[in-house]
Design a protein around this ligand. Structure first.
Ligand code: NDP
Length: 450
């Protein structure tokens, strides 16, 4: 049995109750064997056994008082997964589905993603099963303050720098930052994704969505193609999806779908980004509101989707951008996209495709950009925010966007070249995993058993 299989089998027994974590590990380990064969030092130093275990996990109770005066209790977490190449960095997710297994999957992915950006940041993730949806601003503020009462002990500008993720945007980061400052009296770049008037970076809001499109452009360029004139399916209607749509228009493509947890919009004329921003960023409403505002938009409720399928992927398109959440593309969805002529998939969300769906994409030979490479623009720009905070300076939008674009090109090149090095040209899953892994593994060996 191979080394990677042996480590995975042991892990399966130990964490049988964490399916998302096991899925993320399996996706990485199944591609690493060629690199492990090439350098026996990885096995000798038990790198796989070490890299699949978080360095540290904090789990805490978060108690707060809602607007009716009732006490509420949520669970909070921070998983500090790997600090071999830099301080921990990774988002916070506030969503009712959050549990330790979900955060371990996200933290594990973050190690390799952060490594791929070429910047010195380690991997982490955190969050809570708190649901900001339907809460007043005051309730969100009180929750964030209670969450930070615990979290502030474990983070710092050179220790661990959280950011946003699902359910955590500029509003939440603002409240979390205020609470950190009150508790520690430190005005430091301890969180990224901050509003612009107190240390936020221009282009951070746009970065993940823009970066995913830059990555798709690089994949297509290598094949002598481009996004110009292409019809695209986008899922999600949050931060990543909105700015993915915006950039698609800028490069001459047309996004024709978006979705949220309750349903999807299809509009053959193209999604109206200004209306989407108004509905999701300002009104925080459902996409039914978008359908009220845009007469050409066709709304399908989630309850009317075909069983076990995501209706977004049944729309015939040239390119697909999953930007909502994990496991939103199953093998049937993948087959449907391919049968309808889809030639490019770039993942804005984390682990949106099941392992079987990934295998379909790879088998078909289309341009497939896995999440940890394609959506790394968010964390890369967070690192640029850290750099600006450390230098007490602020760069222009074009400066940050230019650096983001270069980083995405660099990630594509690293993944493509590594795939070529191992005789698997075009397999960016293998290329990204090995390129991300080697840097972290080499650093772990150099730092000894600690
Ligand atoms: P947001 O909270 O801004 O938006 C998430 C969107 O996805 C919303 O439209 C939400 O619908 C929808 N959604 C969430 N959960 C589900 C679900 N279970 N089923 C269907 N739809 C769902 O989050 P982001 O845009 O920030 O994050 C989206 C994805 O991108 C996540 O996988 C995240 O980990 C990943 N990512 C984000 C980065 C960032 O910089 N923000 C960086 C890298 C990756 P509704 O509006 O109804 O809640």
């Amino acid at each position: 049995m191979s080394y990677s299989q042996q480590v995975f089998d042991e892990l399966k027994g130990r964490y049988a109750d964490q399916p998302e974590f096991l899925q993320a590990v399996q996706e990485v380990l199944t591609t690493l064997q060629p690199a492990l064969d090439k350098n026996p030092a990885y096995q000798r130093n038990k790198i796989l056994e070490r890299i699949v275990e978080p360095e540290r996990i904090f789990q805490f109770r978060v108690e707060w008082v809602d607007d009716k005066g009732e006490i509420q209790v949520n669970r909070g977490y921070r998983v500090q997964f790997n600090s071999a190449i830099g301080p921990y960095k990774g988002g916070l997710r506030f969503h009712p589905t959050v549990n330790l297994g979900v955060l371990k999957f996200l933290g594990f992915e973050q190690i390799f993603k952060n490594s791929l950006t070429g910047t010195p940041i380690g991997g982490a993730k955190g969050g809570s099963d708190f649901d900001p949806k339907g809460k007043s601003d005051n309730e969100v503020m009180r929750f964030c303050q209670a969450f930070m009462v615990q979290l502030h002990r474990y983070i710092g500008a050179l220790v661990d720098v959280p950011a946003g993720d699902i359910g955590v945007g500029g509003r939440e980061i603002g409240y979390l930052y205020g609470a950190y400052k009150r508790l520690t009296t430190k005005y430091e770049g301890v969180l990224t994704g901050k509003p612009l008037n107190f240390g936020g970076s221009l282009a951070r809001t746009e970065a993940t969505g823009y970066g995913t499109v830059y990555f798709a452009q690089e994949m297509l360029k290598a094949r002598g193609e481009s996004l110009e004139g292409k019809k695209c399916a986008v899922s999600g209607a949050g931060n990543v999806a909105i700015y993915c749509c915006e950039k698609l228009y800028q490069v001459g493509a047309t996004p024709v779908t978006v979705s949220d947890s309750r349903g999807m919009i299809y509009d053959p004329n193209g999604i109206k980004v200004d209306v989407l921003k108004q509905v999701k960023e300002v009104e925080r409403a459902s996409l039914t509101r978008y359908a009220e505002l845009v007469p050409t938009a066709q709304y399908t409720a989630r309850d009317d989707y075909p069983a076990g399928r995501n209706a977004v992927w049944s729309v015939p398109v040239d390119a697909a951008f999953p930007c909502a959440t994990q496991n939103e593309v199953n093998v049937e969805d993948a087959k449907c996209l391919l049968a309808n002529g889809c030639k490019c998939v770039a993942e804005g969300a984390n682990m949106p495709s099941s392992i079987e769906a990934i295998n379909e994409f790879l088998k078909s030979g289309i341009a497939y950009g896995p999440a940890k490479a394609a959506n790394a623009g968010g964390v890369a720009t967070s690192q640029l925010e850290m750099e600006q905070n450390a230098g007490m300076t602020a760069w222009t939008f074009d400066e940050v966007d230019g650096k983001l674009h270069n980083i995405m090109t660099g990630i594509y090149n690293a993944a493509a070249e590594t795939a070529r090095e191992f005789g698997c040209e075009g397999n960016l899953v293998l290329g990204a995993n090995i390129a991300g892994f080697r840097k972290v593994a080499d650093a772990m060996i150099a730092q000894g058993v600690i």
